[in-house]
Design a protein. Structure first.
Length: 94
């Protein structure tokens, strides 16, 4: 797990160190899942459907939280693919 990215998320969105609301916790879970998925697959990020199935959430709820992450500039969307902002990915050597 890439704790540096999660720490950046927490610092950007929760500087007061207040307890997280349930929606914020869910958003953090989604963000961690996307990072771990990308790390495990050497780069590509999961689809909204894959995220919702893996975390047991509805598609609509997952979509809402992903759009919030994009609005917070933690994710970006290009060609219908999610991109983690501030991450580096290197093509595997074959």
């Amino acid at each position: 797990m890439n704790r540096d990215s999660v720490t950046a998320y927490e610092q950007r969105n929760y500087p007061l160190k207040r307890p997280m609301k349930p929606g914020e916790k869910r958003r953090l879970d989604i963000y961690e899942f996307i990072i771990n998925y990308a790390d495990g697959k050497d780069g590509p990020t999961p689809s909204i459907l894959e995220i919702s199935n893996a975390l047991g959430l509805s598609y609509a709820s997952t979509y809402y939280h992903v759009m919030k992450l994009i609005a917070h500039k933690l994710l970006d969307q290009s060609d219908n693919k999610l991109l983690v902002i501030g991450s580096e990915w290197y093509r595997p050597i074959r």
